[in-house]
Design a protein around this ligand. Sequence first.
Ligand SMILES: *Cc1c(COP(=O)(O)O)cnc(C)c1O
Length: 392
Amino acid sequence: MKSHKLLMIPGPIEFDPAVLAAMSVPTSSHTDPAFIQTFGEALQKMRTVFQSPNGQPFIVAASGTFGMDVAAANLVEAGDRVLLLNIGYFSERFGEILECYGAQVTQIKAEVGNRPDPQQVEEELKKGGYKALFFSHVDTSTGVLNDVPALARLAHQYGALCVVDGVCSVAAEELRMEEWGVDVALTASQKAIGVPPGLALWMVSQRALEARRRRKSPVPNYYGDWLRWLPVMQAHEASQFDYFATPAINLIRALNVSLSQIVAEGIENRYARHRRMSHVFKAAMTAIELDQIPVSEAVAAHTLTAVRYPKGIQAADFLPRVAQEEVIVSGGLLPPIKQEYFRVGHMGNISFGDLIGTISAIERALYSLGYRFAVGSGVAAAQRAIQENGVA
Ligand SMILES: *Cc1c(COP(=O)(O)O)cnc(C)c1O
């Protein structure tokens, strides 16, 4: 047996050995010039990964939820009207955060597995008075992908800031922040960025920074005020030291290694590879006659797949049975349908071999629990999908 089971959930993901090795070194002082250099390099690489050469990158010790929290805290003042597109669990969370800061939140809620139509969003924005549009790029509970360029265009057209929860998309799904006009995109280290949990990363457009500067009331969040972190980020990018709160030194070393790998692969290649992995995995699920939560391929994410159980299969039996096959997959997350589906993450530096192993573990688990289908047909469909594109 291997020393660990293959972790195929939508974050944390499988981490590259070189990334993990970068953490296993004696912790330096945060004032060490070599560390300051590493921190600065990581910030610069974020500009490439987020496709935002003129944005302001931030790296702070926290989880992804903190990036959501501070986007709301910095951009929203009590009484501001904001529009939130709700496609699942993490959209609900964004709504709660926004209300925490006194926003007047209007929601457009899509049916489970679907996303709001841009036309519907335009009708709402047309009414005027919205300070910002908030939505998830990928909602990790449903595996639904939003149409970021269309939504960002609408936000700009109607004078609203565009804030994207990219925790399950950045560094895997196509995201051209500056070209598309996204004002804030945020993520966490443990998803497609490929670093153990503990870092929140976000990128802010100059327009959004300006909106923060122009606000009338103070930001009601001490650790999360962008302007407390801004001088620290600017200093490190210029190879200089500045302090607000101690950075997660070993995690930032690992982050710089992972971002280097992402930049070396090429961000366009990385988008294409994630589309391919998604296509291969989804083809296998279709071949064994399992439905997915997203209503169509056009609205489905490429970072994970949300799959409905066949009749008679229970999460409580299935998940541990797959784990016996040395693979970890996730259960459902969206409360009303939580027991009806499972989720498989396919982000980061995984191989086609990892995908095939996961598909075969799922097949064996389903068969042993009584689901009758042609065992091996999922693996065969995946092999064909890999073959059609040539082996990477
Ligand atoms: C994982 C996730 C989050 C929450 O991130 P944490 O690091 O768990 O705080 C938020 N939004 C989306 C889309 C996610 O996938």
